[in-house]
Design a protein around this ligand. Structure first.
Ligand SMILES: [Zn+2]
Length: 203
């Protein structure tokens, strides 16, 4: 796994410079755009500095070839799993709250408040995984690099792969992100097992 630092320009929309607190979970995402390369995703985050495209970013983006871009230092907040708009479309369908019961249990009520809080972004790292199709399939290279990176993050931040690595869907409820793992929970299970195995090899 090769990580390339290519930090976003500091700006209110994608790299606010807010210090990240204790890392309480690692949140996995899909980019949602078939065959869009990591550099394209990064450019989209960078261009948000104009203010024309709203808020959003992630600490890492993993390419279809397995290359990893680091867009935001781990000590800073990225905007990847907060609920920005407080309307019914952004409620968790199961609890009809903003943020899921899982998020409340994991982060505490204080990190699951509505605006102007930025919520779980204050205590999580985010990884965007590039995809090959609208079903959300990943290449083997992307999956393998994601497992390695997640294992590295779990080791450094003392996270349990099975309880502290989660999907965006598990935090917000309304988003099918990453789509493949929302529709196929068994594949999420396989991924978490791969993270645990990679973490075990690191000792
Ligand atoms: Zn997401």
């Amino acid at each position: 796994m090769i990580v390339t630092d290519t930090f976003l320009t500091s700006n209110p929309y994608s790299r606010p410079g807010t210090p990240l607190g204790e890392v309480m979970a690692l949140i996995m995402h899909w980019t949602g755009k078939p065959m869009q390369p990591a550099q394209g995703v990064r450019a989209f985050f960078e261009n948000r500095k104009t203010g024309a495209d709203g808020y959003g970013s992630a600490h890492y983006i993993i390419d279809q070839g397995g290359a990893v871009l680091r867009c935001i230092p781990e000590a800073e907040v990225a905007y990847h799993c907060g609920v920005a708009v407080m309307d019914d479309e952004h409620r968790d369908p199961a609890s009809w709250k903003f943020y899921t019961d899982w998020a409340r249990a994991q982060f505490g009520e204080s990190h699951c408040q509505t605006a102007p809080s930025i919520g779980p972004n204050l205590v999580t790292l985010g990884i965007e995984m590039c995809v090959v199709d609208f079903a959300g399939n990943f290449t083997v290279q992307t999956s393998d690099a994601a497992a390695e990176l997640a294992a590295d993050i779990c080791t450094r931040h003392h996270l349990n792969p099975f309880s502290d690595v989660a999907t965006h869907n598990m935090v917000c409820g309304y988003k099918d992100c990453p789509r493949l793992w929302v529709n196929h929970p068994e594949l999420l299970g396989e991924f978490l097992a791969n993270v645990a195995s990679a973490k075990a090899k690191r000792g």
